[in-house]
Every structure is written in C-alpha cells, then in structure tokens.
Design a protein around this ligand. Structure first.
Ligand SMILES: Nc1nc(=O)c2c([nH]1)NC[C@@H]1CN(c3ccc(C(=O)N[C@@H](CCC(=O)O)C(=O)O)cc3)CN21
Ligand SMILES: CC(C)C(=O)C(=O)O
Ligand SMILES: [Mg+2]
Length: 267
C-alpha cells in the first residue's frame, strides 16, 4: 500500500514515483494492477471528460463524484484530488471546508495551484490533518492570466519566484509538488533545494516522479480541432502496445527506469 511515508522512502532511495490521472473505477483498477503509485483525480477532467477548453468550469461536485468513482477501485494507490477553481482561493476556511469533503470522498491528499498566495492556506490545511500537494509552473486555472498553456520560468526573475514559491509551500508543510511545463534544469534545482517530492509534467527527468493525463498517454484525447497536436511532454504509450494494460505497464517501467521523459518531452 502506498502511503505518504512510503512515497518519501521511494524518494530517499531514488525510485521514481509513477503517477497518472484517473477519473473512474475501471481505469483505477487497471492502473493499480499496472503498478501506478499515485492516482491524481485531476481537474483536467474538465477538458478530457467534459470537452471544455480549460479547467475553469469544473465544480467541487464534479471532483467529489470522480473521487468517489476512483477511490474504491484504487487498491493500494495514493489518491490525490485536485481542488477545483474557486473552491480554495477565497480563504483558508473555504479551502478547509472543501478539502474535507474531498478527503471524505476518498482522497488521501488534496492539490491546489499557486505559490506565495497559497502558503497560509497550505499551513492551515496541514495543521488540521490534510496532506497537501502544491502545483507550480503552468497552473492551468490561471490560463487567462498566463496567456495560454506555455512553458513557465524561462526568465531568471520568474525562475527565482518559482524557487521562493516552492520553498514557501515546503515550509508551510506541503509534502508533494507538481511542476508543470518548467525548464528541466529549474525543476532539478527545485527538487534538490526544497526536499519536496516533485512530480513533473514537462519538467524534465530530475523530478522525484512523473505524471501524465491518462487519456493523453493512451492517445485518446484531442480538443476536436483538425490540427490538434498533443503537448510536447506527452508520449503515446499505445504505440507498440497491444492493450491498455500493456501501455500502462510500459509507462510505469519507463518512469521507473528513467527512459521517460526523454529530451524530446522536455523544455
Ligand atoms: N488532456 C490534457 N492534458 C494535459 O496535460 C492537461 C489537460 N488536459 N488539462 C489541464 C492542463 C492543460 N495542460 C496543457 C494544455 C495544452 C498544452 C499545449 O498545448 N502545449 C503545447 C504548446 C506550448 C506553447 O505554446 O508554448 C506544447 O507543445 O507543449 C500544454 C499543457 C496540461 N493539462
Ligand atoms: C496535469 C495534472 C498535473 C493536473 O493537474 C490535472 O490533471 O488536472
Ligand atoms: Mg489539475
């Protein structure tokens, strides 16, 4: 069974943490059988399941429903649930109220996007018994502020801000951190300096683990436009696999042996 403690032990011995998003019981069973360590009930479900072009319209009810679908079937996996847009930014009390509902639905940890502005909220949740995962770099709930789904932290000033944000989240008691679309060298520095278990998506090979959206790594997602191209960090593991089970197992193996991500998936 994967626990926060066993994840930290994996980090200590240099074993990579294989993470996938998951939204339902059937895939939770397949992922658990394939040896996926962590399942993220991501608000990416707004794009993947609901067909929207951002994650902004996802509700707490949506997240509760999918967490309840995943949890009973996720045998042994560590389950992280995303806090959706608008469910935690107002105050630590609002975040606590909604995080408690996600935990009651079966999550083991909640994830929220943002840096210094979220430090007080992270401390509030952790002091009240809720494990918290941060999310820095490309934070999709801020897509309209960031001007698109773009790599973050390329300029020195942005990179320093990310380092300060990560340290702040770590000091506040966060135990994991998703790094999305940041240069590999910066993600490596963040991982070394903060002591957090970092889970990268487009953040290079030197994170403590990797995550992909399930439908992306199975080649099952497109935004419906004829010129759709998957993000650079995606590898389709159905290529060369005869079944979904094989693709999931090959993903776990590639994360564990360091062959994913390769340079072509990184910034
Ligand atoms: N299916 C899916 N996969 C994801 O990885 C994902 C979601 N949905 N929804 C929530 C966010 C949004 N994400 C995205 C969405 C698009 C790009 C993208 O189009 N990237 C291109 C262009 C980069 C650029 O313009 O600089 C790339 O080539 O990486 C990246 C991340 C990551 N998350
Ligand atoms: C892409 C991952 C990190 C995520 O936040 C999601 O799936 O919502
Ligand atoms: Mg998310």
């Amino acid at each position: 069974m994967t626990t926060l403690h066993s994840l930290q032990q994996m980090v200590s011995r240099g074993e990579k943490i294989a993470t996938l998003t998951c939204y339902d019981a059937s895939f939770a069973r397949l992922c658990a059988q394939a040896g996926v360590d962590v399942l993220l009930v991501g608000d990416s479900l707004g794009m993947v399941l609901q067909g929207a072009n951002s994650t902004l319209a996802v509700t707490l009810h949506d997240m509760l429903y999918h967490t309840r679908c995943v949890a009973p079937a996720a045998a042994g996996c560590w389950i992280i649930a995303d806090m959706p847009f608008g469910s935690y930014q107002q105050s630590p009390e609002q975040a606590m109220r909604n995080a408690a509902r996600l935990m009651a639905a079966g999550a083991h940890m909640v994830k929220l996007e943002g840096g210094s502005a979220m430090v007080e909220t992270v401390r509030f949740l952790v002091e009240r018994g809720i494990p918290v995962c941060g999310h820095l770099g490309l934070t999709p709930q801020s897509v309209h502020q960031l001007g698109g789904y773009r790599v973050q932290g390329k300029q020195a000033e942005q990179a320093q801000q990310l380092l300060d944000d990560a340290q702040g989240l770590s000091d506040a008691g966060a135990s994991m951190l998703v790094l999305e679309m940041v240069p590999s060298a910066l993600a490596a520095t963040l991982t070394q300096q903060t002591g957090l278990a970092t889970i990268g998506i487009g953040a290079g090979p030197d994170c403590s683990g990797q995550v992909l959206v399930l439908h992306d790594m199975l080649g099952a997602y497109s935004n419906g436009k004829p010129d759709y191209k998957a993000p650079r960090f995606v590898r389709n593991f159905m290529h060369g696999s005869d079944s979904i089970q094989t693709a999931l197992s090959r993903y776990v193996a590639a994360v564990k042996d360091g062959s994913f991500p390769a340079a072509e998936h990184c910034f």
